[in-house]
Every structure is written in structure tokens, then in C-alpha cells.
Ligand binder design. Structure first.
Ligand SMILES: *[C@@H]1O[C@H](CO)[C@@H](O)[C@H](O)[C@H]1NC(C)=O
Ligand SMILES: *[C@@H]1O[C@H](CO)[C@@H](O)[C@H](O)[C@H]1NC(C)=O
Ligand SMILES: *[C@@H]1O[C@H](CO)[C@@H](O)[C@H](O)[C@H]1NC(C)=O
Ligand SMILES: *[C@@H]1O[C@H](CO)[C@@H](O)[C@H](O)[C@H]1NC(C)=O
Ligand SMILES: *[C@@H]1O[C@H](CO)[C@@H](O)[C@H](O)[C@H]1NC(C)=O
Ligand SMILES: *[C@@H]1O[C@H](CO)[C@@H](O)[C@H](O)[C@H]1NC(C)=O
Ligand SMILES: *[C@@H]1O[C@H](CO)[C@@H](O)[C@H](O)[C@H]1NC(C)=O
Ligand SMILES: *[C@@H]1O[C@H](CO)[C@@H](O)[C@H](O)[C@H]1NC(C)=O
Length: 742
């Protein structure tokens, strides 16, 4: 699995993105998942099951990697494919799946989402909220994690703070820290066997979720302001499951879930992902399912594989899936040319130039006389350039790979101008003065180079501009949901582009070795950065409504999200789900779409889960789906969004959703249904009015979605708003054709 931080240009993270080779290994680590936590667990239970397939207790002992028994029942073991297959058919086993590695996918982003520094807070209860961060570890000495005026951890906390190398320990802000590296391998430098964060990613996400306010935080003056989290009073517990040298192994992620749920965390924040899998072969979906059962909501990033459709990860309905947007601030970088022209691009360039102008050259002109024919000098491929021609100059390249800035810096370049065809809504950091330009602006550079015998240029330090509207970032992974066709994903979007937050000094600001800029606050981009905005907001809502279920909190945040503009986003809701995070509104949503474990089981039965899997999930309470009360309506779930799919462009649209809302607004209130739908799509709600006479009262309704065939449209958007004047409870309604959307 991986970390959805977006830094295609920082080579440290390339290691994390590398897929596991599935070479000719004899035995591989598998997770054997067995459902709920056993009532009385003994280590023999797992050992005996394992011995039954390995044939001997000796081999079983050698093969066992880990037993999970605190929050669910599973074990990890080294198995041959045959042994894995035999175990999958063994009594009591829900699923057996190979251990994969996931990837890691200011701050006035909080002002931007309407949570100003002087926001309404529930100080007393905020201190009882604990956010579990599953990430690359944490920097305990960061000013964002000071514990002044925070009392001791809440009594419910039973987690640990591991004493380890390079880790100074916890305090009343950072109340827990553990690392997981179950394969026992020795970490390679700079990684350390410790909860310490050497990558910076975990420190960044934790401070975004719950950092204390730190004034005058900036990256060399960029984004200067107060850096803070949504809930400065909440506690943090760091579970290090991602390693700079090894990605985020499933077995480690599961071990963190096993602990965190029983340690007493309230929210789990995971900026980590990997290819979506069937729910019960997916360690993230399994962990989050058990968390949900214990009242803990898991928030995860959608991934950085956009804008292609069908790329969203972490798609189970009990997961809160987050896409990334730009904020009200854009970073721009200017290049001045010797002819007086000024061209504006993007980047996060902290370098201030020391000269008036530098000579300018294109990669093509700087070609090495004897480069290999498959290398491209215009792309500034490593090995294709002549150091003598590059030294001391600003070089123009059309990069095909991510580390061109390091290549040209090594050759002595003074600056780097890169042409990029995508991703120009996000400014990245480079190891030397750099700017990203689109094709049109790059043409101007090339034409200027051709027009004179001594082209000159200078790249200025980045500056901030104000933007009026937020857009979903091009890298943010898009729906439709590749696993469940009736569940809209991502659920919501939040700021994830060029976010300033705390960082580590154990790694340079770009993560590259020969970069000598070490900073306490750094600007990073990715759905990784969007995810903790939502986890922090979940903690914020929880600090006002400690009794709300995970589904209720998620519903509150989804139905109050700010509506985004469909026509400025390709495929509308598949970019942004319910819309832009708006945490202060979520404190008082009026109505919630609530769900419990049974609601999800009804949904899974509708999706075709089989008898043996069901029996184990429900700890034997139900032996097959015909014994489960059927989930009502088209999708069998009380989701705060509605999604219809058709198989072909000629198929008429016809679906009837059943929903129940619970009154958390005013004792007596009357809500009217307001529907927005394009011509050709009829959305009818019955009844059209819901009259509540008590708090916590639930009322049900039906939504019929009937329409003409989609034709060439890949997706159409509609919505339902329940409106009592004081509250607007909005659900997106999406119809799509899955063959056309991947
Ligand atoms: C940040 O802004 C404050 C005033 O708001 C100023 O005093 C400080 O020098 C600025 N810091 C940097 C690094 O620009
Ligand atoms: C040109 O490329 C060759 C082969 O990669 C390399 O050995 C040589 O140092 C390069 N020349 C210059 C001047 O960079
Ligand atoms: C610049 O000159 C190069 C080489 O002569 C040529 O390939 C390229 O098309 C020219 N570019 C522009 C924008 O004039
Ligand atoms: C951007 O907005 C902020 C706050 O509204 C304001 O203080 C600042 O002057 C604006 N900057 C520019 C370049 O317009
Ligand atoms: C249940 O489904 C799993 C995975 O699809 C399959 O391996 C197993 O054989 C099925 N069990 C039954 C009883 O159908
Ligand atoms: C499922 O349960 C129903 C009622 O409990 C029972 O009649 C039926 O035989 C069961 N089916 C299977 C495949 O176990
Ligand atoms: C709300 O209703 C549910 C069931 O309808 C009940 O379990 C719960 O205790 C009620 N909560 C309050 C605060 O009354
Ligand atoms: C939608 O409703 C209108 C008015 O009731 C009706 O004329 C039309 O045929 C309906 N369209 C579809 C596709 O059902």
C-alpha cells in the first residue's frame, strides 16, 4: 500500500511507490483473516491452524509472523501458495490474502474551509478526543505538538509510547507512539527502527489534523502564518506503519489497527492506499470495519492517480474517503528573459537569485556528443547531457521522469525550467531554482532561445496569489468506485495542494540527499494532505457530539459539504463526492443518515458476500444472508449519497432508494424535499415532507430515479436537499454508465 503524498519529483518517495516484485519466491507472507476478536485467545489457536497445513508444529512456529487478537482475529504467516489455498478453505477462515505494500499517498487551509483560528470550540471535550495517525511516524519535538495546558491523557487511553532510538518520548499532546515492522528486516538508512519520522509525511499529516497553533510558521517566508490543526486540544497517537525504505506493509497496518482500536482512539487517519481489492481481502477495509464496530471512524485518502476515472482507492462504505482540492492560495513563480518578457509558471521555489541573469540553454543544445540513443537530451535524461554545457546555466527541459532537477543540479545547472503537460495546478519543490510551465509558455521559452545567440533568464522566488475558487486537484483520484457500483467515492474533498505543516529535520525539504534545506515547516501536496483535514474535522464534530456513530459523523460532514460546480469538473461528483469539507456547518447538520454494523452487513449481503464469510464476520450470529433482514431499496444501504449505474448507453434509468434520517436539529421541525435534476431525469421523493416532533426521531422516505438512457453522457448529476429553512441536508445523486467510465 502507499502514501498518497504527491511528490512525483522527490526521489525519496519513489522508493515507496515501487510495486512489490512478485518474483519466484518460495514462501510469501499472507494474512489469514478470521473475523471478530476471539473471546478468549491463546497463541495456540493460530499455531494449531497453521500447523494443520504446514504439517508440523516446528514449521508452523518458524512460519508464524504475527497474531492479531486484540480487536479482531487474524494471523500473518509465511506460506506457499498451496498452503494459502488450503487455509482459505479451512473452517473459521474468512479470507487469506498476500501481504502487499501500500503507498503513502499554513496553514490557512483551515480558514479556507471556514474554521478560523477563533472558531467555536468544545475545549473541555476536545481534550478527550484521540486521533490515531497511521503514517511514517512523528517528530515529538515539533512545536506543533507542545502540550502546554493539556492535562493528562483521557482515562480511556490504554496505548503505549515506545522508548526507542532517536525518539525523545511522548507528552500530553502526543500520548502514544509505536512502530510496526513485522518482517523483522533491518531498515536501511536514513530509516530508523523507532516511531521517529524520518520522511516528514507523518509529522505533516498529524500537525494538519491536530497541531497546536504555531505563529509565523513558513517555508522560507512562503505561506507565512499560523500553522495549526482543526482540534489543537485533541490528543495524537502515532502508529508508524510506513517506512521510507519499505512502503506500508499490510501486516503492519493490520497490527496498528489491532492495537489502536483497543488502545482507545476515536478517529483513525490514514493517508495510505493501494489498488482496491475485494473488501475481505483488503487489510485497510478489514481494519476499518473492526474500527467502525467499535465506534471509530477511519478516514483515508483517495489516492493520487487522477484524473483518470475509476482510480479511487479505499472505497468501502464504512471508510471516509477524501479527495484533494486547491486552496485560496496559489503559488506562482516568474521567469524573466533577457528580452524583457516575464513568464509566470508554478512551483515552490524558495531560492532567491543572487545574479541579474544566467545563460539559458535547452536540453537539446546541451546534449552530450555520445549519449545512448534511447536517452532524450530534450527531456534532460540522466546521461544525455554534457556537464560543460550545463554548468552555471538555467536549463530548459521537457521531463519524462521525476528527478530531472537532481540530474541537472548534479551537472552544475543554476536553474531548471520544466515543461509539464499536467499537474500545473500544484507547485512542487525542487532541489535548485525551478519553475513548471505549460506547453504554451514553454514555446515562448524555446522561441526566445532560438531567437538570440546569448539567451539569458532568471527564475525568481515563488510568491503567493489569491484564488477565488477551489478546484479538485488534477492528481486527486477519481470515481467511479471500482468495487461497489452503488457507492459514490470519493466521499468528500478537502485542501491538499501546497499545504504548509510541520516537518522533520531528519530529511531535507525535498527528501533528496544533496538538498541542504532542512525545515521545521514544509509545503507538501497530495490526497495525503487532504485526509488529515477531514480526520481533524471528524475529531472536531466528535468533540461536540461524543455519542454520534462513525456513520453519523460522516453523514454530518457529507450533507453539509459545500456544493462544487459540476461543469468545471470533469465527471462532477466522481471528482469531489458530496463536495468541499465545511466542518463548522457539520456541528449542526439537522438530520443524519445513521448506520450501524448491521446496516453494512445488509449491504454486503446485497453485494453477494457468501455464507461462510458472513458467519465469521458476525461471529456466528448469522449463518447466511437469507437470515439477515434484507437491505431496502436499490442499494440496500442508508448512505448519504445515491448512485445508480447502467450497463449500456441505451438502458433506461430506473432505481428506487430507501433512506432513513434521524433528527438531530430542532425538536419540532418540518423538512421539505428539494430536488435538482437535469431534463431527462425524474427524481421523485415520497413523502415530500418530513415532520419531526422529537429529537432522535427517525423517518423514512423513498427516492425514485427514473430517466431516459444516458446516451453519450458518462455521468449525470442531481441532488436531494431536505430543507427546514435552518438546515439544508444535501445528498448528491449520480447516474453513470460503468463501461464508459472504467
Ligand atoms: C511572517 O510574518 C510576520 C508578520 O506577520 C513577520 O514578522 C515575519 O517576519 C514573517 N516571517 C517571514 C519568514 O517572512
Ligand atoms: C557524456 O556521456 C558519457 C557517457 O554517459 C560520459 O562518460 C561523459 O562524462 C559525458 N560527457 C560530459 C562532458 O558530460
Ligand atoms: C528551436 O530550434 C530547434 C532546433 O533548431 C527546433 O527544433 C525547434 O522547433 C525550435 N523551436 C521553436 C519554438 O522555434
Ligand atoms: C490575499 O488575501 C489576503 C486576505 O484576504 C490579503 O491580506 C492579501 O493582501 C491578498 N493578496 C493579494 C496578492 O491580493
Ligand atoms: C466464499 O467466497 C470465497 C471468496 O470468494 C470463496 O473462496 C469461498 O469458497 C466461498 N465459500 C462458500 C461457502 O461459498
Ligand atoms: C440459510 O438460512 C436459511 C434460514 O435460516 C435456511 O433455510 C437455509 O437452508 C440456509 N442456507 C444455507 C445455504 O445454509
Ligand atoms: C436514539 O434512538 C436510538 C434508537 O432509535 C437509541 O438507541 C438511542 O439511545 C437514542 N438516543 C438518544 C440520545 O435518545
Ligand atoms: C418525467 O416526468 C415528466 C412529467 O411527469 C414526464 O412527462 C416524463 O415522461 C418523465 N420522464 C421519464 C424519463 O420518465
Amino acid at each position: 500500500m502507499g502514501i498518497p503524498m504527491m511528490s512525483p519529483l522527490a526521489s525519496l518517495f519513489l522508493a515507496l511507490m515501487v510495486a512489490l516484485c512478485s518474483g519466484a519466491v518460495e514462501k510469501q507472507t499472507y494474512v489469514v483473516y478470521m473475523g471478530d476478536a476471539p473471546i478468549s485467545f491463546t497463541a495456540n489457536m493460530h499455531h494449531d491452524i497453521l500447523a494443520s497445513v504446514t504439517g508440523s508444529h516446528e514449521i508452523a512456529k518458524e512460519s508464524m509472523v504475527y497474531s492479531y487478537s486484540r480487536s479482531f482475529n487474524a494471523f500473518a504467516a509465511k506460506l506457499s501458495p498451496e498452503e494459502a489455498k488450503t487455509l482459505a478453505g479451512t473452517e473459521g477462515v474468512v479470507s487469506v490474502f498476500p501481504n502487499t505494500r501500500r503507498k503513502l499517498h499554513t496553514t490557512d487551509s483551515w480558514d479556507f474551509v471556514g474554521l478560523p483560528l477563533k472558531m467555536r470550540r468544545s475545549i473541555k471535550f476536545e481534550r478527550d478526543v484521540i486521533i490515531g495517525m497511521f503514517d511514517t511516524g512523528i517528530t515529538p519535538t515539533s512545536r506543533s505538538f507542545r502540550d502546554d495546558r493539556l492535562g493528562p491523557p483521557p482515562a480511556k487511553w490504554t496505548g503505549k509510547c515506545e522508548k526507542a532510538k532517536a525518539f525523545s518520548g511522548c507528552n500530553n499532546k502526543l500520548i502514544g507512539a509505536k512502530y510496526y515492522r513485522l518482517d523483522g528486516s533491518k531498515p536501511s538508512k536514513p530509516e530508523i527502527l523507532s516511531p521517529i519520522d524520518v520522511a516528514g509525511h507523518g509529522t505533516h499529516t498529524a500537525s494538519t489534523a491536530a497541531g497546536k497553533p504555531v505563529r509565523r510558521a513558513s517555508l522560507y517566508g512562503l505561506a507565512n502564518g499560523t500553522a495549526r490543526g482543526a482540534v489543537p486540544g485533541a490528543r495524537l497517537a502515532a502508529y508508524k506503519v510506513c517506512w521510507a525504505d519499505a512502503g506500508c506493509p499490510d501486516v503492519d497496518i493490520l497490527a496498528a489497527f489491532d492495537d489502536a482500536i483497543s488502545d482507545g482512539v476515536d478517529v483513525i487517519s490514514m493517508s495510505v492506499g493501494g489498488p482496491p481489492l475485494a473488501y475481505f481481502s483488503d487489510s485497510l477495509a478489514i481494519g476499518a470495519f473492526h474500527a467502525m464496530k467499535k465506534g471509530v471512524l477511519t478516514v483515508m485518502s483517495a489516492g493520487n492517480d487522477g484524473p483518470s476515472p475509476g482510480t479511487t482507492e479505499n472505497v468501502a462504505p464504512w471508510i471516509f474517503t477524501v479527495g484533494a482540492t486547491t486552496t485560496g492560495r496559489h503559488f506562482k513563480t516568474k521567469v524573466s528573459l533577457g528580452n524583457g518578457k516575464v513568464i509566470t509558471g508554478v512551483s515552490v521555489n524558495t531560492f532567491a537569485p543572487s545574479k541579474q541573469y544566467y545563460p539559458l540553454i535547452s536540453g537539446l543544445q546541451a546534449a552530450n556528443q555520445s549519449y545512448d540513443p534511447w536517452l532524450h537530451p530534450i527531456a534532460c535524461d540522466s546521461g544525455s547531457l554534457d556537464a560543460n554545457k550545463v554548468k552555471g546555466k538555467v536549463i530548459f527541459c521537457m521531463p519524462e521522469y521525476g528527478d530531472v532537477d537532481s540530474t541537472v543540479k548534479d551537472l552544475g545547472a543554476a536553474g531548471f525550467i520544466g515543461q509539464y503537460d499536467y499537474g500545473l495546478d500544484t507547485g512542487f519543490s525542487f532541489v535548485l531554482p525551478s519553475v513548471q510551465l505549460d506547453a504554451i509558455r514553454s514555446q515562448l521559452i524555446q522561441r526566445y532561445i532560438n531567437s538570440t545567440s546569448s539567451p539569458r533568464a532568471i527564475i525568481h522566488k515563488t510568491f503567493a496569489t489569491n484564488a477565488t475558487v477551489a478546484h479538485v486537484a488534477s492528481f486527486s483520484s477519481r470515481g467511479p468506485n471500482p468495487i461497489s457500483r452503488t457507492i459514490l467515492k470519493p466521499d468528500i474533498v478537502a485542501p491538499g495542494v501546497d499545504i504548509l505543516a510541520a516537518y522533520t529535520r531528519l530529511s531535507s525539504m525535498t527528501g533528496v540527499d544533496d538538498d541542504d534545506r532542512f525545515v521545521n515547516y514544509n509545503i507538501m501536496s497530495g490526497t495525503s494532505m487532504a485526509c488529515p483535514h477531514v480526520s481533524g474535522s471528524v475529531a472536531y464534530v466528535k468533540s461536540f457530539h461524543s455519542d454520534w456513530s462513525p456513520a453519523a459523523i460522516k453523514s454530518a460532514l457529507m450533507t453539509t459539504a459545500k456544493e462544487m460546480i459540476p461543469r468545471s469538473h470533469d465527471r462532477a461528483e466522481f471528482s469531489y463526492g458530496a463536495g468541499m469539507l465545511n466542518p463548522s456547518k457539520a456541528l449542526n447538520p439537522g438530520l443524519i443518515y445513521d448506520m450501524d454494523e448491521m446496516s453494512y452487513i445488509q449491504f454486503l449481503c446485497k453485494e453477494g458476500i457468501n455464507a461462510s464469510q458472513l458467519r465469521i464476520l458476525t461471529s456466528g450470529e448469522f449463518s447466511n444472508c437469507s437470515a439477515v433482514p434484507p437491505g431496502l431499496g436499490y442499494d440496500g444501504i442508508n448512505y448519504p449519497a445515491m448512485q445508480v449505474y447502467v450497463k449500456t448507453s441505451g438502458e433506461p434509468i430506473d432505481a428506487a432508494f430507501h433512506r432513513t434520517v434521524t433528527n438531530v436539529g430542532s425538536v419540532k421541525s418540518v423538512y421539505r424535499a428539494r430536488v435538482k435534476a437535469p431534463t431527462g431525469l425524474n427524481v421523485t421523493v415520497s413523502p415530500q415532507t418530513l415532520s419531526f416532533t422529537a429529537l432522535n426521531q427517525s423517518l423514512s422516505f423513498e427516492v425514485k430515479v427514473i430517466g431516459e438512457p444516458l446516451g453519450t453522457k458518462p455521468v449525470i448529476s442531481a441532488s436531494l436537499v431536505w430543507d427546514d429553512v435552518r438546515h439544508k441536508v444535501r445528498s448528491p445523486i449520480v447516474v453513470y454508465q460503468f463501461t464508459a467510465t472504467g
